[in-house]
Design a protein. Structure first.
Length: 87
């Protein structure tokens, strides 16, 4: 499974595609992009796929963020053997 930052990056790209397809303008700069807008008008299945990808990525990010992190441990020697002890 990709890292959390990779999922966030993919989500950003998919959201940009959906926004340009619907409004014809870039999400951040606000500049019009008629070339991409026309292309997405001709291929609505691309927009639908991007919308589904946005929903799936948001769910994956939520699941990954809610996963509990392991407790911090340190090594401790006891009787000649090394064991992991919680801090």
């Amino acid at each position: 499974m990709p890292s959390l930052s990779a999922l966030h990056h993919e989500l950003k790209i998919a959201k940009d595609i959906v926004h340009i397809a619907h409004t014809g303008k870039h999400l951040v700069s606000g500049k019009e992009d008629t070339l991409l807008h026309e292309m997405y008008k001709k291929k609505p299945e691309l927009v639908r796929q991007a919308e589904e990808k946005v929903a799936a990525l948001e769910a994956a990010i939520r699941a990954k963020e809610s996963k509990p992190k392991p407790r911090k441990t340190r090594k401790a020697k006891k009787g000649g053997r090394t064991r992991r002890r919680r801090m």
